[in-house]
Design a protein around this ligand. Sequence first.
Ligand SMILES: Nc1ncnc2c1ncn2[C@@H]1O[C@H](COP(=O)(O)OP(=O)(O)OP(=O)(O)O)[C@@H](O)[C@H]1O
Length: 261
Amino acid sequence: MNPAINLIDVTAGYDSTIVFTHLSLKIHAGQFAGIVGPTGCGKTTLLKTILGVQPVLSGEVLLNTQPANSVPGKKIGYVPQLESVDWSFPVTVEEVILMGLYTNKRSLPWQSREEREQVHELAEKLGIYNCLRQHIAHTSGGQRQRAFLARALINNPQFLVLDEPTSGVDIRTQHEVLHLLGDINSQGMTILLTTHDLNAVASHLPWVICFNNGVVAEGRPCDIFTNEILAKTYGSEIVIIKHGEYYLIANSTPLKLNHNP
Ligand SMILES: Nc1ncnc2c1ncn2[C@@H]1O[C@H](COP(=O)(O)OP(=O)(O)OP(=O)(O)O)[C@@H](O)[C@H]1O
């Protein structure tokens, strides 16, 4: 079977920076995979390359055997890093979701009844029906994440690509978002995301790709999250605390609490 996403010997980057060279990576249909790696190692650039918005310098990116830049945008549902979104933009949650439906040909005020019903159905499914009329800036981090997820899903894409869906929200919301993505994946959606949260990956994702300007290792979290692979990925020691079958990965050096008054 052909991979859903197939990078073949890809070199990509910007005018001033080559971010990765000769990268080959396959994501299979139905896979739920997370890319982890240090800040600036090229995770977002990799997603942009898959989305076809970042031109490759050499090599090829195929989506279901078609070149990525020839695949209509609607085939890929994309959730950007929400930290990059301008929250002062005057839109409601409902309008954010509707934006997913519009191409350059249509403007926002004119939605059909079917389109509204489609939005309401999806909002109900994602648990944000009650905040559809709320200004997006007045919603919680978890509700925003769900609103942008709905915007990405509204066109029934073949793949879902998310840039750091677990950042900027508390631990409980992180788990809720990943649980929701797990449910969407179990209905057949191929999902690729980036995250800095190794523990969330370890507990929710079946497949992890350790990245640092290239693939360091990939596999099941239980095989991949070793001191050796994490040190190679992050360039410094990452402490893994094991308790029976439970793992806790310390993203920073353990601290000794200050007991001084
Ligand atoms: N538009 C751009 N123009 C030039 N260089 C860029 C651009 N965007 C990113 N870079 C550079 O490319 C490299 C990879 O950046 P990228 O955003 O892909 O990393 P990342 O792993 O997603 O980082 P983070 O975890 O902080 O989001 C960095 O050195 C960054 O400075």
